[in-house]
Each structure stands twice: as structure tokens, then as C-alpha cells.
Unconditional design. Sequence first.
Length: 255
Amino acid sequence: MKIKFENNGLSYTSDLSHPLDLSIPLRAGLENPNCYWAPPVEIWPVVAGDFVGDTNQGGAVNFKNITLNPHGNGTHTECVGHISTEKFTINECLTSFHFLAKLATVYPTKMPDGDRVVLRHQLEELVQLGEAEAFILRTLPNDDHKLTANYSGTNPPYFHHEAVDWLVQCGIQHLLLDLPSVDREEDGGKLLAHRAFWRYGGQPADIRKNCTITELIFVGNDIQDGVYLLNLQITSLELDASPSKPVLFEVKSTK
């Protein structure tokens, strides 16, 4: 299926029959990315009397429970409710699901203290004002380790808040990254990058409540940097975050 669409005065075509999935599948156990010491995903059958919700245990159907932490157990999308005292849910904040997106790759800068940080000058070379609605960052090195990495206690790479501020100035509404967080793993609760992205901490009218951050994606090395159509899918949860499935489609500009 091919579609035509317009964005910011430009026309594009896209073939929807060739999706590029950026989400990491969740499974029971430890074979998932994990961060912030979240408990592992659990999946188990419902048992009620003689009924068991597992066809391999004699049940007629598979009927299973699941426990997970959206922030700590894989690809997820979060809204400003993640850091706000006011109640905002991802279900109410994310009301559109297709965006023109820019994918770029960067090697985080190693700082004197050993931290690896995505800096503003790096992003200034990758995205410009009005270029896209969503920005997807693939960090280097990039390999399959990201599919099962346990990031807890490892101080993984993160964004400098001035780099995030640049993205906001460029009009980026949705930020996607292959890291556990835009902020340092332990920063004393400052959350400067989160606050910069959502403009949280000033006047209520300034809060970017319809903007989202998606973390723990995986962008395979076979996907080229460039402009794509992004479909950002979530579960309809009245929480600050949801497991999500960001999917890219290649686009071509037309006259």
C-alpha cells in the first residue's frame, strides 16, 4: 500500500508495506533490556479451579497474566506525567500517531568525568528548525547487545539538557532514543533534560503536554540515516508511560 501526504508544505510518498520496527519485543524473564533495577517481566497462565490458561498444560486456550514496568522493561513512550505533580497520562497526551521523523546517528562525547553525553553542538549538525516533527537518535556503538542489556548501575550515555533544548527550538515534538533515559542515571532528581524537553517548571501554559519521549528503541545498522514517516503506537493506558511500538516507513519527496 502506497500513500501520499504533505508536511510543512512539502509532498511525500511512502510504501506502507515495508515497515521498519524500532521496538524491542518483550518476553518473560531476563532476556529484555532492563534499567533502574526494575523487576523482570513475568508472564504466567491464569489458574481457576480446573481451568489453566496454557494449552501446553492441558488448557483449551492460552490466557495469561503479565507484569512489567513500562519505564524499566523495554521500549516505552512517556509523557510529561512522568515528572509532573499534575496528572498527565500518555493516553491523553499522545493524540496523533504519524509524524515526519529525522533519524540520525551519533557517538556520545566522553567527558572528563567519564560520562558519555550527547552534546548540543552534535545535534546542531543533525537537525534544523522545522525539519521534522520527531527526532530519532541511534547511538554508537550499536549492536545486538542493546536488545538485552541490563543498564542498572552502569551510568549509560545521556543527553545534555542544552542538546534537548536545541531539539525543542527546532520544533521536535517527539524524541526517540536507544538509551534508558535522556537524563543521567543518577542526577539527584534534577532531570534537567526531561524538564527541558517538556518545558516543565515554568508557567503551566508553557508545558509541552502533547510531546513524548520514547526510550530503549533499537535501530538496526541496516536502517539508513534520513527522513522517514513515523507511526508511534502505544497501549491505551491511563499512566504516564506505555510500552510502545515505533515503526518507520521510508519516504520520497515529490514536487
